[in-house]
Design a protein around this ligand. Structure first.
Ligand code: SF4
Length: 340
């Protein structure tokens, strides 16, 4: 692999180093969560062959990407995902000063298929997994996902991931007023009992039917106030590019995080770009543009030409989102078609 000199590492015009790549490998999903798939869009864009994603990833790793996260829709619906992780794990990261480090490969899933796949994914080279779960009450879980009987499967998936050694094991809960704001304390207990890191996410306007409003957002301060009714928290220092603010319970048992893009944006240290399931680059969750990397491949672009295309796209990366501002323009895709 060509070692990228530090000057060739991917930076945007604000000087932010781009080191995190998220690849959506499908926009199909077996859940219909109320804060995401509010409409009946279903899968729209279709999936590419894993060899296409692998080539894109290889070129980007050569430009200094050190973390790759697989997303969807629901990525575990894709047959061959374990093999794809194995292929990815052969790539070596380089930050320009040294190379040869294994890539940090993560996956975000709704957990419905995780119990069977946790061990094979770990064996293939997956480092860690994040499970999206929005209630620790089976009935409420069914009401939010609109899929009966999913709760037990997801819990079994979380426990299988722990046994497999996928670590750290995070559980992401999107809080939406009127649906699950009362799940804060139960999730605090869950984090302590199951030994997982529960992260609460402020609801963002990326759902199908545009039902988002500022009132539907349960903000960081309210989450902390609710949890403090249960047990005191101590803030844990965190890296600037980390999206979550981290807290440990006062007795040291259990950790939670809060991802607060609405009330405490973290765009200033954004290190992410995304590839959609149909091979488009998105430089921000809230982009109104897609940049067709797959079309470059199809027209016969070399790796160097792809790298130049990517560099040109990243030079246009948005400075930040404008959620809740008068000039806010909704993203050109909804979350299920971007991949989180
Ligand atoms: S909103 Fe866009 S710029 Fe801000 S952190 Fe998310 S992806 Fe980065």
């Amino acid at each position: 692999m060509i070692r990228p000199s530090t000057t060739l590492l991917l930076h945007d015009k604000f000087g932010r180093r781009i080191s995190d790549l998220r690849i959506s490998i499908t926009d199909r999903c077996n859940y219909k969560c109320v804060y995401c798939r509010t409409g009946n869009e279903g899968a729209l864009y279709g999936d590419l062959a894993f060899t296409d994603y692998l080539r894109m990833a290889r070129v980007l790793v050569g430009m200094g990407i050190t973390k790759v996260r697989l997303t969807g829709g629901e990525p575990l619906l894709r047959k061959g995902v374990v093999e794809f992780v194995r292929e990815l794990s052969q790539l070596r990261a380089s930050d320009g000063s040294k190379d040869g480090d294994p890539l940090d490969i993560a996956l975000t899933t709704n957990g419905h298929l995780l119990a069977e796949l946790a061990q094979p994914l770990k064996g293939a080279g997956l480092t860690r997994v994040t499970v999206s779960m929005d209630a620790v009450d089976p009935d409420r879980f069914a009401r939010i996902t609109r899929v009966p009987g999913g709760y037990d499967r997801v819990l079994a998936g979380i426990r299988a991931a722990r046994r497999a050694g996928l670590w750290p094991l995070k559980v992401n809960c999107v809080l939406m007023r009127g649906f699950n704001e009362d799940q804060v304390i139960p999730f605090g207990m869950f984090a302590r009992e199951e030994g997982v890191v529960v992260r609460f996410i402020e609801f963002m306007p990326l759902e199908e039917d545009r039902v988002w409003s500022p009132e539907t957002v349960v903000r960081l301060e309210e989450i902390l106030a609710r949890m403090a009714e249960y047990r005191p928290l101590v803030e844990i220092p965190h890296a600037r590019s980390e999206t979550a603010r981290r807290y440990r319970f006062d007795d040291g048992i259990g950790e939670i995080g809060i991802i607060a893009p609405v009330s405490h944006p973290f765009c200033g240290h954004c290190s992410r770009i995304r590839i959609t399931c149909d091979g488009k680059i998105r430089t921000c969750l809230f982009s109104v543009w897609d940049h067709d990397l797959y079309a470059e491949m199809r027209r016969g672009a070399s790796d160097e030409e792809m790298a130049e295309f990517i560099r040109g796209v990243v030079a246009k990366k948005e400075e930040r989102h404008h959620i809740g501002e008068p000039d806010f323009v909704p993203a050109s895709r909804t979350m299920v078609h971007i991949g989180g």
